[in-house]
Design a protein around this ligand. Sequence first.
Ligand code: EPU
Length: 344
Amino acid sequence: MKIQEHVALAPFTTFGIGGPARWFVEAAKESDILDAVSWARERSLPLFVLGGGSNLLVSDTGFAGLVLRVALKGVLAEENGGFREFRVAAGEDWDGFVQRAVAESCSGIECLAGIPGTVGGTPVQNVGAYGQEVSETIQRLRVLDLETLRFHEMPVEGCGFAYRSSVFNSSATGRYLVVRVDYRLTPGGPANLRYADLQKLFPAGSQPGLTEVAATVRRIRQSKGMLLVDGDEDCRSAGSFFKNPIVSAERFAALAARLGEEPPHYPAGESQVKLPAAWLIEQAGFPKGFRIGRVGISSRHTLALVNRGGAMAAEMLALRDVIVAGVEGKFGVALRMEPVLVGF
Ligand code: EPU
């Protein structure tokens, strides 16, 4: 285990923003993780666990404690009652795993192609896109409980999955470190075409294969600047910066009455409605390509805030505040940011 000092964090994030980690270590095995955690505890240093850095905004002053980068690698596949279970180490690249599953004709995560980040990050915010969420295929996790310093398995029932949330980013934030995620996929299963914007790209009634669906998802993501492509300035972001707000059916009806028409919306469980944050933002007067200095809204998707080059975290948060206030003022709806703040 090699502990480094003053390591710039910006290159470890898709935003490309943020100051240095006072201390930094890469853990390639479970014993490295234990050593690093103990090392930080002995010095009473705060710990931050870094995965793929695709959903993070690091402060301009960086992080004053130990940043532990999870670099555990390896995938084990096992047949189990008609399913194939993949036990995937937290440091594996998520999209690499999706490509492998698709190549092996295993369905369940094909719509999650092209999402940047590592496997260990996927349960934390219950990564989802184009009609799938990882909570549908996760069987169990292997975690380190930072209270007891013991590794154990956690069944999916313990994860508290909901839209963009889990116990790991709500009730138990900071308690567990994910070291492995087990996904249960279906060999020979059909591709998921639940998402209307995906479905309409295929002829009605057709049943495209997993490879085609994953490739199409990648193309859609790229068209929205949501695929990491060298030289594509719109992808210097953390994906969606805001969650889509969920409001009660009553509040939705009141909003529709006030506006004189129904805004776009999707069902979100009993008597609840999900509103597209991107639509709210545009209607509140912030179009694609909107800019304040070195930060702005992606020119291809309103939900992504983008570092236009050399931006500071403070500028990003100032832009966030302007947008949140604008949407609140026009619709009375509070937007919540999706990326995790580090070092604030
Ligand atoms: N819309 C706009 N302007 C835009 C984009 C979208 O007004 O520039 C409105 C339209 O009404 C559109 C609706 O928003 O019909 C939905 O748009 P889209 O299908 O692009 O999805 P999204 O709600 O903006 C969510 C996820 C994405 C995920 C896509 C596809 C959240 C916060 N975001 O975006 O996830 O890829 O659906 O499933 O739930 C991420 O979390 O980082 C992320 C990229």
